[in-house]
Design a protein around this ligand. Structure first.
Ligand SMILES: NC(=O)c1ccc[n+]([C@@H]2O[C@H](COP(=O)([O-])OP(=O)(O)OC[C@H]3O[C@@H](n4cnc5c(N)ncnc54)[C@H](OP(=O)(O)O)[C@@H]3O)[C@@H](O)[C@H]2O)c1
Length: 231
């Protein structure tokens, strides 16, 4: 991948992906809510000879997709990776649902990634690799019934999955590969310290997926280890 865009690039999975792509020599457009507080990413950008470009991307704001498009300018984009996401707050149990939190979760996890992809379609189509990837979760799979609660998070990722599989159909004729990813249960701020795998393990796996993708795989949902996940 020569040119990639990643959202939520200031910490967790997004930051590690930004590091890996930067280390491989790619140009990285790194979207973050608050560039002034993204110290580790800014340090990476400072040492990148201009190849890591930090831009403001707040998925709750109407200017999020336009900011991303402006940052990329006319450059072709080999990979658009909508990674930023929220767990959705503390009120996600039956009898304790917060409508405002639910709406914000849908905005950040579902609507904003769709608007982002929609705004950058031509940039992806103009690239060599032509990949759009959505960081989803197995918690959005209807085949997963392992745990209760998290209504907003599950619904937002299930809807994101549907957006991705629909987009794969829409964009096949343009040669664009669209995939949905589950990073595993990862020890980030979101996953917590008891999670199964490290950020490095998850990102190793996802980087391998990116490196091996082809149009035949468009419309699929992959775990970080490359295994397919049921919708
Ligand atoms: N960790 C896991 O076990 C796990 C499992 C399945 C799926 N995922 C998915 O993986 C993705 C990355 O999660 P992570 O584990 O790396 O979590 P994380 O460490 O909590 O990072 C979340 C990232 O999303 C960003 N973000 C949150 N709200 C945003 C907004 N309104 N606009 C723009 N960016 C926003 C955060 O930025 P701020 O620093 O500004 O908040 C941060 O960069 C998410 O989509 C998550 O749902 C994670």
């Amino acid at each position: 991948m020569k040119t990639v865009l990643i959202t939520g690039a200031n910490r967790g999975l997004g930051l590690e992906h930004a590091r890996r792509f930067a280390a491989s020599g790619a140009t990285v457009y790194a979207g973050v809510r608050d560039p002034g507080k993204a110290d580790e990413l800014q340090a990476l950008a400072k040492n990148s000879s201009g190849k890591v470009v930090v831009f403001t991307y707040d998925a709750r704001r109407a200017d999020a997709a336009a900011n991303a498009r402006n940052a990329v300018g006319g450059a072709p984009l080999d990979l658009l990776f909508a990674n930023a996401g929220v767990i959705g707050g503390d009120h996600q149990k039956l009898g304790d649902i917060a409508a405002d939190d639910f709406a914000e979760t849908l905005q950040v996890n579902t609507v904003a990634p769709l608007l982002l992809a929609s705004a950058l379609l031509d940039a992806v189509a103009a690239s060599e690799k032509k990949v759009i990837a959505f960081q989803s979760s197995i918690m959005g799979s209807n085949a997963d019934s392992a745990s209760p609660h998290y209504y907003a998070y599950r619904a937002s990722k299930a809807a994101l999955n549907k957006i991705a599989s629909t987009m794969a159909v829409d964009l096949k004729a343009r040669g664009i590969t669209v995939v949905t990813l589950h990073p595993g249960w990862v020890r980030t701020d979101m996953g917590g310290p008891s999670a199964d795998i490290s950020v490095e393990q998850s990102v190793d796996g996802q980087q391998k997926i990116f490196a091996g993708l082809s149009l035949e795989q468009s419309g699929r949902f992959f775990s970080y280890d490359g295994k397919p996940i049921a919708w």
